[in-house]
Design a protein around this ligand. Structure first.
Ligand SMILES: Cc1ncc(COP(=O)(O)O)c(C=O)c1O
Length: 361
């Protein structure tokens, strides 16, 4: 017997991991200094954290284990999110909470309904948990296909439906009537609101206490510029919370991340001003991309703009040509999202650099 055969067969059969290249490595590969790279490929916040974060992290007691219940952070979130304390759990990014929810609900063979094109972690975590991930494709305007979701839910006995609003990668919002209708299904609806602060809407998190099957996830990665510290939170029905507390890693939110998140909430006006700048830049980016004859941008309520690449041009080649000029964008070429690029809204100078590079091509 080879020791390799000890690996779970479903994990052994998974595709090899392709790491995302860190900034320093990309810079070395492209031969372009880090400071000259325009990173508009991962929807990060170009303004970075609130200045208050530096002092908060410096004062954090890094030699002491964190509070397993993240009490102070959750108390600060009550007012920000409009949800009572006992419904809130913090995590090492929204990603950890997606994983945690899946682990609480999904046994091998259980069904999850996913609505691509959307954020990749849902199908990844589903596969890892041995779920059968049923894909109900979004419609032409990226709205979820409600009748098809209902049919799939009834036909499969799915336990979980995953939705994202604004949806990554297109930036479309979930309509309230759609959410209300889908909440009537006998399953848990996971709604990922990682980008809600850019949408100009309050989102749906405050509905959690009144909806027995709604979970809403949020993050500090985007609006608060803390992607590198890994901190997010979710609102969960109380029947689910009691199980999540049992299976959560005790020290999932580290001391620096919790301190930074609290400082961000205390300085939310500064961060909201940055969000407004990004939203203005998104509008400018959309208009500029629409003027390029081989790009078809979609309207977005998030901090990125998805574009179909047309006119016989290849999105991957476009991404490479832009990278060679120091401008990093994301490209997609998969079923349902053939030949697209996604560009994060950055600072005005980032849009300028993108447009200058596009002009050269
Ligand atoms: C839709 C969506 N949800 C969650 C995340 C991850 O959030 P976090 O950094 O809090 O893990 C991302 C990150 O890109 C995302 O696009």
């Amino acid at each position: 017997m080879s020791v390799e055969s000890l690996v779970r067969p479903d994990i052994a059969g998974m595709e090899e991991y392709t790491p995302i290249l860190p900034f320093e490595v990309l810079s070395a590969q492209l031969g372009i200094p880090e400071g000259a790279l325009v990173k508009i490929d991962a929807n990060e916040n170009p303004y970075g954290p609130s200045p208050a974060v530096w002092d908060a992290v410096a004062a954090a007691r890094l030699h002491i284990y964190p509070d397993p219940e993240s009490r102070y952070l959750r108390e600060a979130l009550v007012d920000y999110a409009g949800v009572p304390f006992e419904y809130i759990m913090a995590g090492a990014g929204a990603d950890e909470l997606i994983d945690l929810l899946f682990r609480a609900l999904i046994m091998p063979g259980d069904v999850i309904i996913n609505c691509p094109p959307t954020f990749g972690m849902y199908s990844f975590d589903g596969a890892l948990g041995g779920a059968r991930v049923v894909e109900v494709w979004r419609l032409g305007d990226f709205a979820p296909d409600v009748p098809a979701i209902e049919t799939a839910a009834h036909a499969t006995g799915a336990k979980l439906l995953v939705l994202c609003s604004p949806n990554n990668p297109d930036g479309s919002l979930l309509a309230l009537e759609t959410l209300d209708r889908l909440l009537r299904l006998p399953l848990v609806v996971l709604l990922d609101e990682a980008y809600v602060e850019f949408s100009g809407t309050p989102g749906y998190i405050a509905r959690v206490p009144d909806a027995p099957n709604l979970v809403v996830l949020r993050t500090f990665s985007k609006w608060a510029g803390l992607a590198g510290l890994r901190v997010g939170y979710g609102a969960f029905p109380l029947w689910l919370m009691k199980h999540l507390w049992k299976i959560k890693q005790p020290y999932n939110v580290n001391v620096a991340a919790a301190a930074a998140a609290r400082a961000s909430l205390a300085d939310r006006d500064t961060l909201r001003a940055n969000v407004e700048k990004i939203v203005l830049e998104r509008a400018r980016l959309y208009r500029a991309l629409a003027e390029i004859d081989y790009l078809h941008p979609y309207p977005s309520r998030s901090n990125f703009v998805l574009c179909r690449v047309e006119g016989g041009r290849d999105a991957k080649a476009l991404k490479r040509a832009l990278a060679a000029r120091g401008v990093l964008v994301r490209y997609f070429d998969k079923p349902g999202l053939r030949n697209h690029i996604r560009v994060s809204a950055g600072k005005p100078e980032h849009t300028d650099a993108l447009l200058a590079a596009l002009k050269e091509l």
